[in-house]
Design a binder for this molecule. Structure first.
Ligand code: NAP
Length: 252
């Protein structure tokens, strides 16, 4: 008799991972949902949840063995390059099948006024000289390069309240996506935002701000995705479920 298949490790923290968690639970697949622990109170999931880093590649390797993980689905944010690289290395070393659930990058369409840049430092450098209000839709990490451009006023949208703005003089709005274009239009207008800085995350949970910028005719500085090691990629939850059933042979 072949050994029973192990559980699925779902690396999460995204709208797409949450949708996948629902499907795995509905199909009765044994799976664990993993959060990095950046958000104070992550929402409950229909799967067992673990929180916190694994301790690099060695820690993840040990965890995969200890938890008898039979397949890993990396549905982290496209900018979570450290976790994704660790997953590639650990899965290769342990012989555990890995699939990335990657949403397509956003593309500029008619009416969009985008400047594409390679990273956060380039985004800060691309801001104009004249002071203006900038919506920094990039989360709480990676704000440091913008401290070097104190002539601008920054609007930040964060999941958790903060005692002091993580960027001097910034205004903080606390809200958790997914967002709507109408809501984001109202936000940008109320704060007199003149420009949006965004990471090219792709996906539906965060694209409202781009539609809002387009509607208001605002320029967007769009940060390209970081490079990742080669890995098999699926573009939909259906494709992930298929892969689990056939490639990872979980017998769904
Ligand atoms: P990162 O730079 O790739 O990760 C840094 C470290 O955090 C990893 O090496 C790992 O620690 C731990 N980690 C990251 N994701 C994890 C997960 N799902 N489960 C357990 N440990 C995890 O990632 P990040 O950019 O800080 O993002 C952290 C999390 O927030 C990700 O899960 C991502 O999906 C989510 N997120 C990120 C962004 C973004 O813009 N970066 C936006 C929305 C959501 P060890 O090395 O100790 O294992």
């Amino acid at each position: 008799m072949p050994a029973p298949p192990g559980r699925v490790l779902l690396l999460g923290g995204t709208t797409e991972a949450n949708a996948l968690a629902e499907r795995l639970a509905a199909r009765g697949v044994g799976a664990v949902y993993s959060y990095a622990g950046r958000v104070a109170a992550p929402r409950a999931r229909p799967l067992p949840v673990r929180v916190g880093g694994f301790g690099g590649v060695p820690g993840l390797r040990a965890w995969l063995r200890a938890e008898r993980i039979g397949a890993v689905v990396d549905a982290t944010h496209p900018f979570a390059a450290g976790m994704s690289a660790n997953a590639v290395a650990a899965c290769a070393a342990e012989g555990v099948p890995l699939l990335a659930f990657e949403r397509p990058a956003w593309r500029a369409g008619p009416g969009d006024r985008w400047t594409q840049v390679r990273d956060l430092a380039a985004a800060a450098a691309a801001l104009p000289r004249e002071p203006e209000v900038v919506f920094l839709a990039i989360g709480r990490q990676g704000l440091a390069p913008f401290a070097a451009r104190p002539e601008h006023r920054y609007l930040l949208r964060l999941v958790d309240p903060v005692e002091a703005p993580p960027l001097p003089g910034a205004e903080v709005v606390v809200a958790r996506g997914p967002f709507t274009a109408a809501g984001d239009r109202a936000l940008l207008a109320a704060h007199r935002v003149a420009r949006v800085v965004a990471k090219n995350s792709g996906g539906v949970g965060a694209e409202a701000k781009l539609a809002a910028a387009r509607d208001l005719g605002l320029p967007v500085i769009m940060i390209d995705r970081p490079a990742l090691p080669e890995r098999p990629v699926a573009g939909s939850a259906e494709a992930v479920m298929d892969w689990l059933a056939h490639e990872a042979r979980l017998g769904l």
